[in-house]
Design a protein around this ligand. Sequence first.
Ligand code: F6P
Length: 503
Amino acid sequence: MSRLIIVSNRTPGKSPAAGGLAVALKKALSTRDGFWFGWSGSFSENPEKKARFETIDGLKIGQIDLTRADHAAYYAGFSNSILWPAFHLRLDLTDIQSHWYEGYRRVNAQFADALVAEIEPGDVIWVHDYHLIPLATELRRRNIRNRIGFYLHIPFPTPDALNAIPHHEDLLKDLTAYDLVGFQAQRDLVAFNEFIAHELMVKETGGQPFVVDPSSTVLDVFPIGSDPGAFAKLGKSPAAQKMYNRVARGLNGRALILGVDRLDYSKGLPQRISAYEKLLENNANLRRTVHMIQIAPPSRDTIKEYQVISDELDSAVGRVIGKFSEPDWLPLTYVKRAYGQASLAGLYRLARVGLVTPLRDGMNLVAHEYVGSQDPEDPGVLVLSRFAGAAEIFHDALIINPFDTDETAEAMRKALVMPLKERKQRWRSLMDAALKHSVDNWAESYLDALMHSHAAAPGDEDLPGRPHPRTPAHRTAERPPAGRAPFGSRMPFFPWLRSVFSS
Ligand code: F6P
């Protein structure tokens, strides 16, 4: 079996936790030879060119340091002050400083320099997320002909949002240097195609020529999942039980409404608190019967917009507590720190309502973990934003528009009064979906597709923008077995565009 090289900004281990991504990929690597490569979490003003390797938690991890200035431009700057807000359709929150782009590309080139020394013929390289879009271009420039796949963990933007990103043409070309580009949801593939269609329209009206030709890259949807079986077990573990009992005592029979999110403006936290406020305002009878816990560990807190959302949330929480608290009842607990998975599983299992209401989200693994942790005999209800990738999978959640706080409040009420029979029916369907889209199936179906994508022949000119000398056969090559593919069908870019690009 070919070796697998996983590349992401953060690696599991000593550097700050890589979250759901780490959980997902550790599993894929545990059954194959290979290693995980990324930033060490440390700075050096004169970083070594070669990666340092060590084994952490049974995984071979290669890391490099970055200079403080490059890291600031690449991570806090271009990745998280331009790409992140634009991809989440928050152009109002972007801080467009084009010069960050140079640091972003420099770090990608530095990753490539360290990687070339480690790559062997036949290795399969799987690159993760928006920090590393140019990596395949950099590797191809260094004559790496191996299969390289890219997976985007966040949503793909609309054409207008993409157009607002400095050097977006280069980034689009960079994507075409991959053999396979995977998205979280059909929505994202549609958005990619929309950009291509938009370009065609511009060209037809006499505008610029195409900036990108995606005809030699396979584009597809692979919704990521969690390990629902592991969460089911974890929910009953001693550590989970401890948290469950501790909180249940405090609740004293009240129903728990729970939110668990990174403190990020994409998560819709102030809107969620406003919706809870409306629930209490409109349903005085519920006031002493419920309690909401919002867990929101701070994130990317060197970036101004993250400080602003943190202040906004402080004030929304204070408003609701001040408005509804009584000497012997608090409506809301707000916890600004991270908890381990076992404690979270205990909380998920206790929660009658799981609130996952982002304004826009790639997938949202909290939704999967909440479903996995439920007691099948007394499951809670998932209230889910239609703008999370998870909404394409979890049809039996209560799907809401997070911008509509009345609708969210009403869904919370409905969840609180839902009869056990309906809760069980809905949960069964959600659990089936979570099992079908487990993290194992995700990784395997992505890697199958990457293995069946076109193999770059030695001597191919693989630089982006230059189509591979590929026959259409690479699209029709043997696909993963039916049922493996996340949606059972694939949606390549618009067929009519193919003829345009091949002409
Ligand atoms: O969901 C996107 C993502 O970048 C993940 O890859 C990562 O686990 C998470 O957000 C946390 O982000 P950061 O690494 O910036 O703390």
